[in-house]
Design a protein around this ligand. Structure first.
Ligand code: CA
Length: 656
């Protein structure tokens, strides 16, 4: 007793800054319905309110819950305390040590835990009969502190200790904890209800921790999303804020709806991100935002996800005119529409999808909401049917009044096609987004979306290097009804397409970094960024040696999974160079103009019209050598393509 008094006295004399907080006491709280094992764990019985077992200093008594997941135990400290250290010890038997791994220590000031944030995550196994400790550096104080076990672990904790000092701490610079270097997304639902389907929105508070601050701390809802991906134990979610919200500093949209992609079958956790990068390098508009994050749901660590845009009409997303129910005639009726050619369209409510009358292409109307008014529904349906008629029944390679290209943007379709072929996405025409803006006669293809079985991750097409010709018509890729024919006619029946494909592919290859080396560098950067998180992800979901989803092969390691993507890409580029008629000499008009600057004036291109600032005689030829203009003013508006512009001083190749 005398000795203890001396220690306390010394502690009292130490300067505050050097002193770690003392061991804290409070009222034990936690999941009420517990479990008591007997016969060495062979049988068990239900017991209630045994939270005190985790705070009695006895390694032989433990706290276990009847519920397999989301069990928790902690302390109500009465007032906020800044926590600086936590300690834990697992249940004293053979399965105990791994049960505490990935347990999350949380702090909150609301009894309902809606404001809960992580203070620490236990990444190692526990040690039986011993305390393990972790330092906490969060500067904000919390009244409620707890341990939430990983899934399917029933808590099973023998002892829990919290150390700290009383006070609200520094809420301006809280130095919040992130699970890894990635942003941490915390979803806290009302009454800890778990999202359970795609229809019911569960009331939540969503906290996104970035740079150790709560970049977002806002009410909203969460529900499941996706189709096939919902069947995995790691669920994909859609979050919806009550008010429009930017989620991270570099996310372009301010929006209510965001997605958390689970990437379960994609063991690189980055296939979508690589495909988005390819789309950007091709110059596509409206490429979705995506960022790898760690996710905690009601205190349980759920793994590495991708926080991503919801594909919708909105500034910073598909940035076209948003329609409302009054836009029923004249130019207002012409857009904007966002549709998805979608093999699952018939699962949508009536009035929100249609099938074209000719070949029965299934199309879901994503925007306007609920399929739009009757006038809007009919407009886009008839528009799409006119496109179908022109493509499926009347492809002609000559520009004319009924040319499908008058109502269809070939550039974006081919860019999208290239993303599909380069990524080896067998789902490219299973689900294809298209949009049509107000006052614009053409429909565009995009944005790109959903690449979890791309990059040789599909057992139906693996290995893609053994497929001759394009993937989309290999007979092995999936497509919504008639979309393979639709695509075939554009790619094969329209002789202009060969040249267009060569031009788009070659520019991206030569000028925009669409090279194997460029993508390898991107992948290596992502590996560094994701590495700490992927390690925890595959502790949480130990599937590295399992066949999941469409996996064609198992490498057994994260590095091996990433290398499979690299090897695939290394083989894919030369194959597509042949198929798309790669032209190593083709560079963008801008660069050629710079080369020609010494001997020649700059041609200008505006609205597909070529002219010179000064009136000089010039001639314009198509890439096939056909003269399309000769004079000294300006060409008529020309179809997009490659042109040679000749003056007395020289020639330059142009493209637009
Ligand atoms: Ca105990």
């Amino acid at each position: 007793m005398t000795r203890l008094k001396t220690i306390l006295l010394l502690a009292g004399l130490m300067p505050l800054s050097a002193m770690a907080g003392g061991k804290l006491t409070g009222t034990p709280i936690g999941t009420s319905r517990g479990l008591q094992y007997s016969n060495g764990g062979a049988s068990s019985s239900i017991v209630y309110d045994i939270q005190g077992n985790a705070f009695d200093g006895d390694f032989e008594t433990y706290f276990a819950t009847d519920a397999r997941s989301y069990g928790w135990v902690g302390l109500d400290l009465g007032t906020p305390h800044v926590i600086d250290r936590v300690g834990w010890s697992p249940r004293n038997d053979g399965v105990g040590p791994q049960r505490v791994q990935l347990g999350v220590i949380q702090g909150a000031n609301q009894e309902d835990w809606l404001d809960a944030v992580p203070l620490y995550i236990i990444t190692e196994k526990g040690i039986i009969g011993e305390m393990s400790y972790g330092d906490v550096d969060v500067k904000k104080g919390y009244r409620y502190v707890r341990f939430v076990s990983t899934g399917d672990a029933r808590c099973n904790i023998a002892e829990l200790e919290f150390y700290g000092t009383p006070g609200e701490g520094d809420s301006k610079n809280p130095n919040l904890f992130q699970v890894t270097n990635l942003p941490t997304v915390c979803i806290n639902t009302l009454n800890a209800e778990e999202p359970y389907d795609k229809e019911h929105d569960i009331t939540s508070n969503i906290i996104i921790i970035n740079d150790h601050e709560a970049y977002v701390d806002k009410p909203g809802t969460v529900r499941e999303r996706g189709n096939k991906s919902r069947e995995f134990p790691k669920k994909p979610w859609r979050i919806k804020f009550d008010k429009k919200q930017q989620v991270l500093p570099d996310a372009p949209a301010t929006a209510k709806k965001w997605t958390l992609i689970n990437n379960y079958g994609d063991k690189t956790l980055m296939r979508n991100l690589i495909a988005f990068e390819i789309a950007k390098r091709l110059g596509m508009k409206f490429v979705p935002y995506g960022q790898a994050v760690d996710v905690i749901l009601n205190g349980e660590y759920k793994g590495c996800y991708q926080l991503c845009d919801q594909v919708e009409v909105k500034e910073g997303r598909v940035d076209i005119t948003e329609m409302d129910e009054n836009d029923n005639e004249g130019e207002a009726l012409t857009g904007g529409y966002l549709v998805e050619v979608d093999a699952y369209a018939d699962q949508e409510p009536a009035g929100e999808w249609f099938q074209t009358k000719g070949w029965g292409i299934p199309v879901t109307i994503k925007s306007p909401d609920d399929g739009g008014t009757a006038a809007q529904y009919n407009y886009i349906k008839q528009y799409f049917e006119e496109l179908e008629t022109r493509v499926l029944y009347g492809i002609s390679s000559e520009p004319g009044e009924k040319d499908y290209r008058n109502i269809f943007d070939i550039e974006s379709f081919l860019q999208h096609f290239i993303v599909g072929e380069l990524s080896g996405n067998t789902d490219t025409y299973w689900s294809t987004y298209m949009y049509k803006d107000r006052g614009d006669d053409v429909i565009y293809t995009g944005p790109v979306w959903d690449f979890d079985i791309a990059f040789d991750n599909d057992n139906r097409t693996y290995p893609i290097k053994n497929i001759n010709g394009f993937l989309y018509d290999s007979g092995k890729a999936s497509a919504a009804r008639a979309m393979r024919d639709f695509t075939n006619r554009i790619i094969k029946n329209d002789t202009r397409t060969v040249q267009d494909l060569s031009r788009i592919w070659s520019y991206a290859r030569n000028d925009k970094g669409l090279t194997y080396e460029g993508l390898e560098e991107f992948i290596d950067e992502k590996v560094k960024e994701i590495d700490a998180s992927q390690k925890l992800n595959f502790l949480r979901w130990p599937i590295m040696n399992e066949w999941v989803h469409m996996n064609p092969t198992i490498s057994g390691s994260y590095e091996g999974e990433v290398n499979r993507v690299k090897t695939y890409l290394k083989n894919r580029f030369p194959k597509l160079d042949l198929l798309m008629k790669y032209d190593a000499g083709l560079t963008s008009g801008v660069e050629n103009m710079e080369e020609a600057a010494s001997g020649m004036l700059y041609p200008m291109v505006s609205g597909n019209v070529i002219s010179f600032e000064e009136e000089i005689p010039f001639a314009v030829y198509g890439i096939d050598g056909r003269k399309v203009y000769e004079g000294q003013s300006a060409t008529p508006a020309l179809p997009s393509g490659v042109y040679i512009v000749k003056t007395a001083a020289g020639a330059v190749k142009l493209a637009f």
